[in-house]
Design a protein around this ligand. Structure first.
Ligand code: NAD
Length: 457
């Protein structure tokens, strides 16, 4: 770990920059694989500490930590170890008529020194997942975890310093000040995961150095339950997607539009599902809210909604940093609950009769990170998909598209720029260099003095 004064942050950056040219040739397939194996081994050995850190930061149940924090990083590493040789191989491109006699290829090359800024909600996987892609692509990295999950942040620093020398990877801990000192530096790439508001600050800072960016942001992900939905299936997936990590998930269903014909059956199924998953009283299977400020923010959303006529049909305020699964009806557009990304275990259920109005409502808002549709008829989901835009879509499921590493994971405009995961993550951290080599091209006719033949080309 490095101290967090602007000078020491600049020194950490300079130490990595000094190695950029050497890494182009010395950090090849074997070395990158070895780096990933080191990370994997340290993670395996320190698994109990990871579970303890996440429990300390927000009471995250052990199984959820294993499934949603450790497993994704392990899978990222395993995939990169298997596929890296293929990802790194230059891709040949056929010559065009005008470049006949040349050989064309695209060579993915490291961008250089990268900055990874992570949020608090999945503090381990959203710091180390991008790091796997960054190393696979042959870069060095400075990682800035979130200050809101201090136990995990300290542990990430310790894991990284055990696995890597600081000229390859180092962690800078701290909050906005550390983040802004980092953002002032001319990184070759910045990979930011967090809110759209801070995403704008990051992009503006990147613009000053023309650093390229990947922005993994958030927003309100809508869910539509159609008249032909299997309501029990819909309830089970929506409860899973909404209440995993107590709703503090960037792709959690934010609110549900449910067709009025199935509203009652859906609500019954949802209540039954919640009772089965979490029982009565504080549940050991439900994470806590990350801190008192966020718990207060969520209670503020509920109070504002109630004052404007909303009805809490299940759950409620909870106590301290514990908030039970909560269902709210009678939502209206002036409520903050209907305007802000909820990011907690509160689910507005909004009945509808006319799908076109739901589609119009989705399109009025910034493009979401995820969109979920439940209906047995694929024409129903196809209609919504064709008429809207979002980073990704889940049909008759939630969250699972995140885990498919053959799919790009990312948003669109307000919900993000660029993509992560698997080869898409590798490409985010690579520059695709175009190389055209002359073998026997007769195109010298394009040189001056210009003749009648060149005019006829
Ligand atoms: P945040 O934007 O407040 O913070 C993210 C990071 O930016 C932290 O490391 C923080 O220290 C830093 N930061 C905060 N304010 C800053 C500033 N003014 N200048 C520079 N750096 C600053 O986000 P958060 O609250 O940690 O996370 C929640 C948000 O992240 C939600 O909007 C959620 O949807 C989104 N998110 C997106 C994804 C994704 O993959 N797309 C994943 C998780 C979370």
């Amino acid at each position: 770990m490095t101290d967090q004064t602007p000078d020491s942050i600049a020194a950490a950056f300079a130490a990595q920059s000094a190695g950029t040219v050497a890494r182009r040739t010395a950090f090849g397939l074997a070395e990158r694989r070895a780096a990933l194996v080191r990370l994997r081994d340290v993670l395996t050995r320190r698994e109990p500490e990871i579970i303890a850190a996440l429990a300390a930061d927000f009471g995250k149940p052990e199984t959820e930590t294993l499934l949603t924090e450790i497993l994704p990083v392990r899978q990222d590493i395993a995939l990169a170890l298997r596929k890296l040789g293929r990802w790194m191989r230059p891709r040949r491109v056929r010559p065009t008529l005008a470049t006949f006699g040349t050989a064309a290829r695209i060579r993915p090359e490291p961008r250089g020194v990268c900055l990874i800024i992570a949020p608090w909600n999945y503090p381990l996987t959203l710091a180390l997942g991008p790091l796997v892609s960054c190393l696979a692509a042959g870069n060095s990295a400075i990682v800035k975890p979130s200050e809101l999950t201090p136990a995990t942040s300290g542990l990430i620093a310790s894991i990284v310093s055990e696995a890597f020398t600081p000229d390859l990877v180092t962690v800078i801990e701290g909050g906005i000040e550390a983040s802004q000192a980092l953002l002032a530096l001319p990184f070759d790439h910045i990979f930011f995961t967090g809110s759209p508001e801070v995403g704008k600050i990051v992009m503006a800072a990147a613009a000053r150095n023309l650093s390229s960016v990947t922005l993994e942001l958030g927003g309100k992900s809508p869910t539509v339950v159609g008249p032909g939905a299997d309501v029990r299936q819909a309830a089970a997936w929506i409860a899973f997607g909404k209440f995993a990590n107590a709703g503090q998930t960037c792709i959690a269903p934010d609110h549900v539009y449910v067709h009025e014909d199935v509203r009652e059956a859906f609500l019954d199924a949802l209540r039954a599902r919640i009772a089965k998953a979490y029982g009565q009283g504080p549940s050991p299977h439900l994470s806590h809210i990350v801190n008192d400020r966020h718990a207060g923010r969520l209670r503020g959303l509920l109070a504002d909604a109630q004052a404007r006529g909303a009805q809490i049909v299940l759950g409620g305020e909870g106590e301290g940093r514990y908030m039970p699964p909560t269902l709210v009806e009678a939502i209206t557009p002036e409520m903050r609950l209907d305007q802000e990304e909820i990011f907690g275990p509160v689910l507005p259920v909004i009945p509808y009769a006319d799908l076109d109005r739901v589609i119009a409502r989705i399109n009025e808002r910034p493009k979401p990170l995820a969109l979920y549709v439940f209906d047995k008829d694929s024409a129903f989901s196809d209609r919504i998909i064709a008429a809207t835009s979002s980073g990704g879509v889940g049909v008759n499921l939630t969250l699972l598209h995140y885990t498919h590493h053959g799919l790009p994971f990312g948003g669109v405009n307000t919900s993000g720029i660029g993509a992560a995961h698997g080869e898409f993550g590798f490409r985010a951290f690579s520059h695709e260099r175009a190389i055209l080599a002359n073998r026997f091209s007769g195109l010298t006719m394009i040189f001056p003095p210009y003749t009648a033949r060149v005019k006829g080309l």
